[in-house]
Ligand binder design. Structure first.
Ligand code: PRT
Ligand code: ZN
Length: 304
C-alpha cells in the first residue's frame, strides 16, 4: 500500500505527522482519542484510515510544511517553531503562505530562546551588534534582529547548536529549550524568548471545496472535545445547603454544576465537570469549606 498521488480533488483527508521523535507518539495518541484507527503499510510511511477516510503520512517534522504547501497532505501536526521558521522562509522568498495554525495541541511545549555564555552580563539585544548567533532557525532570528534594529551574523547549523560558542563558531545561540538542562550543561543562559512553541495542527489557508471540508470539520470537532476534556474531571461531593454558595465560588472552572437533594435528608449532592486540574490542595480547600465524600472521576467523552 502506498500513498495515492496528490490531486486537486480528493475524498480522503491526509494528515502528516512525525514518524518518530518527540511529537510522533502524542500525535498518534491524539488522533486515536479522536476515534481514528489506522492500518500501517509495510514501510511504515503510510497509514490507511480504517474507521474514517482519514489517512496518515509518517514523515520528518521538517518536511511537514512543504508537504502542506505542495498539497501532498491536507493537515499536519508539527511544532509551531518549524511552521513559523518555514513560513518566515517563504515570506523572505516572496512566496505566499500556504499553511496556517488551526489549533494549538497542548503537547511538545518548548521555547525558542537566545542564549549567551553564563559569564556575559546581559544588557539587551544591542549587545549582539557585530556578533555571531548560531541557530537552525535563521529566518526567525533574522526577523527578530531586524525588528530590534541590530546587525549580527547568523550562523546556520543543523544540529549541536549548543556547543557552537565553545567551539568558537559563534558568540551566542538561538535554539529550542524545554527544561533548560542542555543550556546549563553547556554553560549558557537564556536571555530572550523569540517564540513559545508547542505542537500545532497546521492546515490550509483556504477551505476545501470537496469531501475534505466535512472531514476536516468533523476532525476539528472531535479534537476540540478531546482537548477540552484533557484536564477535565467530574467532581462529586455532598454538602449542607448553607455551604453551597461558598463551595461554588471555589469552583470557577465548573461547567453547569448540578445540585440535587439527597433523598429524605437536608444534605445536598453536587456534581460538576471541572476544567482545571483537581489537585489534592483543591480537594482539601473544598473539604475545609464543607464538602464531604469528595470523588473525582475521569471523563472519557462528551458530545454537546
Ligand atoms: O527526525 P525528525 O526531523 O522528525 O525530528 P527532529 O529531531 O528534528 O525533532 P524532535 O523530535 O527532536 O523535535 C520535534 C519537535 O518537538 C520540535 O520541533 C519542537 O516543536 C518540539 N520540542 C519540544 C523540542 C523540545 N521540546 C526540545 N527540548 N525539540 C527539541 N528539543 C531539543 C532542543 O533542540 C535542545 O537540543 O532538546 C534540547 C533542549 O532540551 P532541554 O530539556 O535540555 O532544555
Ligand atoms: Zn526535524
Amino acid at each position: 500500500m502506498s500513498p495515492p498521488a496528490a490531486s486537486a480533488v480528493r475524498d480522503r483527508l491526509r494528515i502528516a505527522i512525525q514518524k518518530s521523535g518527540r511529537l510522533g507518539e502524542p500525535s498518534r495518541a491524539l488522533l486515536t482519542a479522536c476515534g481514528l484507527d489506522f492500518r500501517e503499510s509495510r514501510d511504515r510511511l503510510f497509514c490507511y484510515g480504517e474507521t474514517l477516510p482519514i489517512d496518515l503520512l509518517l514523515v520528518r517534522d521538517d518536511d511537514i510544511p512543504g508537504l502542506l504547501a505542495d498539497g501532498v497532505c491536507d493537515l499536519g501536526i508539527v511544532g509551531r517553531n518549524v511552521l513559523a521558521e518555514q513560513s518566515a522562509e517563504r515570506e523572505a522568498s516572496g512566496l505566499a503562505e500556504v499553511a496556517r495554525e488551526l489549533r494549538a495541541l497542548g503537547f511538545g511545549g518548548c521555547r525558542l530562546d537566545i542564549a549567551v555564555p553564563d559569564e556575559w552580563e546581559w544588557t539587551g539585544p544591542e549587545q549582539f551588534a557585530g556578533r555571531r548567533i548560531a541557530t537552525s532557525y535563521p529566518h526567525l532570528v533574522r526577523a527578530w534582529l531586524s525588528e530590534q534594529g541590530v546587525q549580527a551574523d547568523v550562523v546556520v547549523l543543523s544540529g549541536s547548536v549548543e556547543i557552537a560558542p565553545r567551539l568558537g563558531q559563534a558568540d551566542a545561540i538561538c535554539d529550542l529549550v524545554s527544561s533548560g538542562a542542555t543550556l546549563a550543561a553547556n554553560q549558557l543562559k537564556a536571555v530572550q524568548t523569540l517564540l513559545r512553541s508547542e505542537a500545532v495542527l497546521a492546515g490550509p489557508t483556504r477551505a476545501f471545496a470537496d469531501a475534505r471540508a466535512d472531514l476536516m470539520a468533523l476532525l476539528l470537532r472531535r479534537m476540540d472535545g478531546v482537548m477540552r476534556l484533557r484536564d477535565s474531571r467530574l467532581l462529586m461531593f455532598q454538602a449542607q445547603p448553607d455551604a453551597v454558595s461558598r463551595l461554588l465560588q471555589l469552583l470557577p472552572d465548573a461547567e453547569a454544576p448540578t445540585v440535587m437533594r439527597v433523598d429524605g435528608q437536608d444534605t445536598l449532592a453536587l456534581q460538576a465537570l471541572c476544567h482545571g486540574a483537581m489537585t489534592w490542595q483543591r480537594l482539601e480547600e473544598l473539604r475545609g469549606a464543607g464538602a464531604r465524600g469528595l470523588m473525582v472521576l475521569p471523563v472519557e467523552r462528551t458530545l454537546a
